[in-house]
Ligand binder design. Structure first.
Ligand code: NAP
Ligand code: F7E
Length: 327
């Protein structure tokens, strides 16, 4: 019999790719959806598997412990992927308490629900490079041993989740692994994150549907990989014989300015004519540079990415060109 997986955040960028990946592998997949007053768009990222008999969706919320216990008792998963979060760093400054409740305490709710309903299940926790803040090792990289020093409410909430997962792993002998993932993107990325904002607006400008792209910090650098490569890493982390923490990254970083130049270059557009900056997109405290060393992932699990920054950005630009051409 195939395995059963439970995914929180199943309709998000990563959750949707992971659900497709696991169904393809023969898993039965359960996921929770937050109640939303508009039902139509909520599952658009999982449209391709919406009617698959091996997909089961129910309403649930990370801040509602009872909803987690009920669904876990029903599905009795072998593997649990905790991907749900208020995941936008700048918005976490607008909604710090909500972010702490969902992205921090929500994880603790899930761990307690697992202890009550299915203590033998393996758990993947979506930790983040945002937890490092501005700490960088002397060689310019962040890795599993780099100290955590978050600079946003989101980063602080993720540190809490990361630490409570280590604590439950050690205290209760649970199989819990943290994947410390660096930025990962795709056409399914929310369009208020910088890669997809740039790809979408550049396509609109190219097609005469917009005149300006307005951004914040152009100097920040990020290590951007593709979400499809990273959900494969999540699965590999849970197949390992022991629970552990792994950094997942490409090891290559670019500035936001480079990202803009690259995307506008793909469409033969003049950056100086169309791109402006506005302080409203700055954060009260900035995380300047991220570049990950994933030697441990590569050595212990044999993971390597299939996409490059260039092939990923091309896919995103093509997606939006196609989207607005057909409209
Ligand atoms: P995303 O697209 O923002 O997806 C977040 C998901 O969480 C959505 O399905 C959302 O549902 C759900 N959600 C939000 N609040 C919830 C709640 N209270 N209860 C239940 N579900 C809730 O994020 P992503 O990019 O896929 O990232 C997946 C996870 O990895 C997140 O935990 C994120 O913080 C973490 N992470 C992401 C990156 C990255 O670069 N993408 C890097 C490191 C770590 P609705 O859409 O219906 O609100
Ligand atoms: O910003 C700069 C911004 O919002 C990237 C999340 O998935 O990765 C993500 O967090 C950089 C930052 O991602 C705009 O200041 C400039 O330096 O795309 P982002 P993020 O904050 O790095 C981590 C690993 C996560 O875990 C998070 O969940 O781009 N930037 N101008 C801008 N960013 C945005 N959003 N919008 C701008 O206009």
């Amino acid at each position: 019999m195939g395995k059963t997986a439970f995914i929180t955040g199943i309709n998000g960028q990563d959750g949707s790719y992971l659900a497709e990946f696991l169904i393809e592998k023969g898993y039965t997949v359960w996921g929770i959806l937050k109640r939303n007053s508009v039902a139509e768009n909520q599952t658009y990222r999982i449209d391709s598997i919406r009617n698959n008999p091996n997909l089961h969706l129910s309403y649930g919320d990370l801040i509602d412990l009872a909803s987690l216990v009920h669904v876990l008792q029903k599905c009795q998963p072998d593997e649990i992927y905790n991907l749900a979060a208020q995941s936008h760093v700048r918005i976490s400054f607008d909604q710090p308490i909500y972010t702490a409740q969902v992205t921090g305490i929500g994880t603790l709710n899930l761990l307690e629900a697992v202890r009550l309903a299915c203590p033998k299940a393996r758990i993947y926790q979506a930790s983040s490079s945002e937890m490092f803040g501005n700490n960088i090792d002397a060689d310019g990289y962040q890795r599993e041993t780099t100290a955590l020093s978050p600079v946003s409410p989101y980063g602080c909430a993720k540190v809490f989740s990361h630490n409570i997962c280590c604590n439950y792993r050690n205290s209760y002998n649970m199989f819990i692994s943290n994947g410390i993932l660096f930025n990962h993107e795709s056409p399914r990325r929310g369009s208020n994150f910088v890669t997809n904002k740039v790809a979408k607006e550049a396509a609109k400008i190219k097609l005469g549907l917009s005149q300006k792209l307005v951004l914040g910090n152009m100097e920040a650098t990020r290590d951007w990989g593709h979400a499809k490569d990273y959900v494969r890493a999540m699965w590999m982390i849970l197949q390992h014989d022991t629970p552990d923490d792994f950094v997942c990254a490409t090891g290559i970083s670019h500035s936001v300015q480079y990202l803009v130049d690259y995307v506008f270059g793909l469409l033969d557009l003049d950056v100086n004519q169309y791109v402006e900056t506005d302080p409203r997109y700055l954060r009260p405290e900035e995380l300047r540079d991220l570049k990950g060393d994933c030697t441990k992932m590569k050595t212990a699990l044999g993971w390597k990415p299939e996409y490059t920054f260039e092939s990923m950005m091309k896919e995103m630009v093509d997606y939006w060109m196609d989207f607005y051409t057909k409209k």
